[in-house]
Design a protein around this ligand. Structure first.
Ligand code: C2E
Ligand code: MG
Ligand code: MG
Ligand code: MG
Length: 284
């Protein structure tokens, strides 16, 4: 990579403790190259509807394969946010998600795909237009690509974020509030959001069978969200008992290792085929 490109990268640096270290500069350069060279991958984690036991969607999660020590997705995203790479990263993720959904449709699996977007994306005035244009050129996927935003990310810049979310919603983009209950959410703010779905953070879901307090919070959250017109997803469901409890509480959907871990598209296609075969055998 040229010095010039590296200098441009530096201009975006947040002066945090180790931002300027040589290792960190190398990592950022490698990440930028990986993004340019399409070496990043999306893994997909299915989402199950509890009322009919059907797979209703899959969430796209970024991965950087081929590294000796894998870097967790949230760290990749934080690095992208600090270096100005979040804009091209999110654009790549969105295009890849459209490609993923196309392949799902071609294999007969008409499920939705969810994409995580970052606080900085919500601050780009042209972001809604960009998404709108993408879906205009891929009309089959309109209404089936959901954007997930965390409540914390919206609190950073509530005015602009709300404006962005409203224009996304106005053009028919489904929105989901991620990691609900993990930050300092303002319920009065949440009620104004144009989202259709709330995802209860896995910190409230992980110990449900053991934690009486968590059960009270989750049950109340489900009731409140239903009253406000949201569908509710529980994240981080790791065992059958938790799934049973959530079903009894009227939770709409679940995600978690108990159902499936995030996996490459090829594996998801096989997994969905096998599930469909098993269902057909049971019915036939
Ligand atoms: P998230 O959107 O809340 O995604 C759920 C995270 O929980 C994923 O971690 C997933 O692998 C993990 N998970 C799912 N089921 C279970 C479970 O049963 N138990 C446990 N312990 N974990 C479970 P991952 O893939 O490491 O992603 C972490 C976060 O990074 C995501 O949290 C999301 O905020 C962010 N992220 C991932 N991909 C992207 C992306 O393409 N763009 C943006 N902006 N953010 C992304
Ligand atoms: Mg998410
Ligand atoms: Mg989440
Ligand atoms: Mg999270």
């Amino acid at each position: 990579e040229s010095d010039e490109a590296r200098d441009r990268g530096l201009a975006y640096y947040q002066p945090s403790r180790d931002s300027y270290s040589a290792d960190r500069l190398t990592l950022v350069s490698e990440f930028r190259l990986a993004l340019q060279n399409q070496e990043l991958e999306l893994h997909l984690q299915p989402k199950l509807g509890l009322s009919n036991n059907q797979i209703v969607g899959a969430e796209a999660l970024i991965r950087w394969p081929g590294r000796s020590t894998p870097i967790p997705a949230d760290q990749l995203v934080a690095m992208a946010e600090q270096t100005g790479l979040i804009k091209p990263l999110t654009r790549w993720v969105l295009e890849e998600a459209l490609r993923v959904r196309q392949q799902l449709l071609e294999r007969g699996h008409a499920i939705g795909v969810s994409v995580n977007i970052s606080p900085n994306n919500l601050r780009e005035p042209e972001f809604p237009l960009h998404v709108q244009r993408l879906l205009t050129s891929h009309p089959d996927h309109r209404g089936h690509i959901t954007l997930e935003v965390t409540e914390t990310s919206m609190m950073l810049d509530p005015g602009n974020s709300l404006r962005t979310l409203k224009s996304l919603d106005a053009t028919g983009i489904p929105l989901s509030i991620d990691d609900f209950g993990s930050g300092y959410s303002s319920l009065s703010y949440i009620k104004q959001l144009p989202a259709r779905e709330i995802k209860i953070d896995r910190s409230l879901v992980g110990d449900l069978p053991k934690q009486n307090e968590d059960r009270v919070i989750v049950q109340t959250t489900i009731q409140m969200c239903h009253s406000l017109g949201y569908r509710v997803v529980a994240e981080g469901v790791e065992d059958a008992e938790t799934q049973q409890l959530l079903m009894a509480m009227g939770c709409d959907m679940i995600q978690g290792y108990h159902l499936a871990r995030p996996m490459p598209l090829a594996d998801l296609l096989t997994w969905l085929d096998e599930r469909a075969d098993a269902t057909a055998r049971k019915l036939g």
